[in-house]
Design a protein around this ligand. Sequence first.
Ligand code: UDP
Length: 416
Amino acid sequence: MNMSASVPSPAPARRAPRLDDYVRIIGPGEVDELRALARRLAGRSVKMVNSTAVGGGVAEILNRLVPLLQEVGVPTRWDVITGGDEFFQITKAFHNALHGGPFQGGPEWFATFLATNEENRRRLEFSEDFIVVHDPQPVALVVERDRTPAHWIWRCHIDLSHPNSEVWEFLRPYVEQYDAALFSSPAFTQGLPIPQYLFFPTIDPLADKNRELDAKFIRSVLERFQIDPQRPILTQVSRFDRLKDPVGVIRAYRMVKKYHDCQLVLAGGAASDDPEGSEVLREVEEAAAGDPDIHVLNLPPWSAREINALQRASTIVIQKSIREGFGLTVTEALWKKKPVVASAVGGIPSQVIHKVTGMLVHSVEGCAYQLRYLLANPDFARQLGRNGHEHVKENFLITRNLRRYLLLFLILLNQR
Ligand code: UDP
């Protein structure tokens, strides 16, 4: 196993992309449409609330969505709730349970959860017209709703198709107090008395994570991590989380390795709201021990360009999650025209249309089989990548997300 070389400090900041910069990707018509929709919201403001400023898909989306809302003239503030280690251990247990796992907590966990929400409710101000609360961690802030004139929206990014009933029944009364709930897949919607909307998560094609890179930089990243550019590179980018099944990826790679002299890159990092990360990283390092062609890279949060380079350098991108919200790493790989082998869970089947934009799998063996197939059929693999790029362009770019939010705000305004 090859452990992470040190990553240099953050790259110098570039000018943040402006809406006009997207014209060359989506065309002038769509950009004009965004401005026209935003004009109808003149004078209205938005607050986004979530539980981490870095790490994971939600922070990734908010980092770009907030400046774009600002630019179209909708003042938007992003607040991050605070909490102690115990709170984040509890919300991680909720997260796992909502994804269908068991729940071993007791009533005191619910009490701690509510106490932390209450502290945040007191600390934050809610003076905006639209309050968008992301995921379960801050869900109980909504008890403030009746004291504000705002429209309250719950944006759920996680797979709620088989939630643990104890946790879901605890959260449900809070969710029901919102004006609307947004889900990443039709399969995640619940029997709720409030309107539910389908909101695909999206990526920013101009962010450091996704923009074009020069070949020289990509080569330098491979060199820094001692990855051989001459041999196939299989990559999974994910937080070190058991639900991303990194050890399953290693098992699949070992099956492929018998037939193809390939390398495996497992690139990840920690999110500040995920206390299990270091334990899972240890498990991964143990599983990878003794194989110099497995590169376990524990990257700092400012590694967007490195991740972009690793994805672009990959022969195939894997996302072998056991459960998944949407899987932005899949979107990122498809945008880069990469053939993707990914589990048919969560929002992944909305992105990976089997044999058209990638390959869907249901097991370690299936993953290994599809990896072998794509390594042996590079023309087909390239076609999947091209199709995937078009699919993302049509459905999963940040400008689409901005449009959906603007339309939702207008709908809610008109309803009241
Ligand atoms: N990511 C990252 N560094 C890491 C691991 C992941 O920047 O070490 C990014 C990844 O590129 C993607 C997001 O975090 O943009 C993960 O989103 P996804 O929906 O795939 O999974 P989540 O972490 O939200 O479960």
